[in-house]
Design a protein around this ligand. Sequence first.
Ligand SMILES: C[S@@+](CC[C@H](N)C(=O)[O-])C[C@H]1O[C@@H](n2cnc3c(N)ncnc32)[C@H](O)[C@@H]1O
Length: 327
Amino acid sequence: MNASAPSADSLRAALAGLLDGLPPKQAAQAVDRLIANYRGTTPTDAPVLRDRSDVAAYAAYRMPATFEAVRGALDALREAAPDWEPRTHTDVGGGTGAASWAVAEAWAEQPPRTTVLDWAEPALALGRELAAGALDAEWRTARIGGALRLADTDLVTVSYVLKELTEADRAALVTEAARAAQTVVIVEPGTPDGYERIIAARTLLIEAGFTVAAPCPHSGACPIEPGTDWCHFSARVSRSSLHRQVKGGSLPYEDEKYSYVAATRLPPAPAASRITRRPQIRKGLVLLDLCGPDGLTRATVTKRHGPVYKQARDAEWGDSWPPEDEG
Ligand SMILES: C[S@@+](CC[C@H](N)C(=O)[O-])C[C@H]1O[C@@H](n2cnc3c(N)ncnc32)[C@H](O)[C@@H]1O
C-alpha cells in the first residue's frame, strides 16, 4: 500500500519493493529481453508484457523515465493553459501507469479521476498494485484498434504507445482521442522515428480542430525539414541499482530523450519560442537554439542584455523563451 502523494519519489518508493524476491540476474535478463523486444520495429499482435516478472522488470526499469518524460510534457502544457484542470483522464496504453502518476502529480491539489486502458492484464494488475492509495484510478482491459471507443474525458494521455501500433491503429487512436477529449498529450521516444509519429499525430489533432499548446509556438507547419533533424527534449532520471546492473557504468543519472505534443480545444497560450537544444554557455554569452514564429533561429544573449543574460544562463533545453516575466 502506498499512501503518499504521487511524485517521482513516491513512485520510486512503490517500485522499490517490486524486485524483492526476484534474483538480480533474473531481473536483469528480463530487462534485456524487453529491450530487445522494444527495439523491434514491427508492431506485435500480442502483448510484449506477458507475465509478472516481465512487467516488474519493465516497471522498475522504465517507469521512472517515462514518468519524467510525461512530466516534462505536462509542465509545458500547464504553462500554456495555467487555469485548466482536468477532472477526468484516460491513459491509453497506460500499462503500469507511469503517465497516470505524472498526471496526478501535475494536478496534485485535485488529481483527476483516471481510467487506465491496456491489453496487457499483468501490466494493469501491477499498475493497480503500485498505485494503491496513491492514485484515483480504474484499470481496464482494452485493445487499441479501429474498434476502440473512448468515453468522453477532459484529458487523454498516450505515452510510449504509438510505436507499438500499426500506422492505421495509430491514426485511429489519435482520431478517437481527439473525438473524446478536450486535451490530448502524446509522448514518444526522442528519436527520429518517434518525432515522425508525433508530427503525424500533431497533424491529425490540428485537422480535428485542436490547437497545439506545446512544445510548438504555433499550430502551423513544423519548420524542421523532414529527415534533417528531429524535435526532442531531455529529462534527467536518477538511475536505480537495476539500471546500473543492466547498463553498467557508474553515472548516477541518465537523460531520457522524448518527443511530445500537447494539443487542446481550449484557447491555449503557447510559448513565444521554445529552446530546442541544450543552451551553450560560453564566456560572457549564451547561445540559444529556438523554435519561434519565424521558424528555427539562434539567439546570442550577452552580458549587454542585462537581466536577460542571467535568465539565459539559467535556461534549460525545452523551456519557453523568453521567460514569462520578461515576455
Ligand atoms: C512501452 S509501454 C508504455 C506504457 C506506459 N504508457 C508508460 O508510459 O510507461 C506500451 C504499452 O502499450 C500497450 N499496448 C501496445 N499495443 C496495444 C494494443 N494494441 N492495445 C492495448 N494496449 C497496447 C502495452 O501493453 C504497453 O503497456
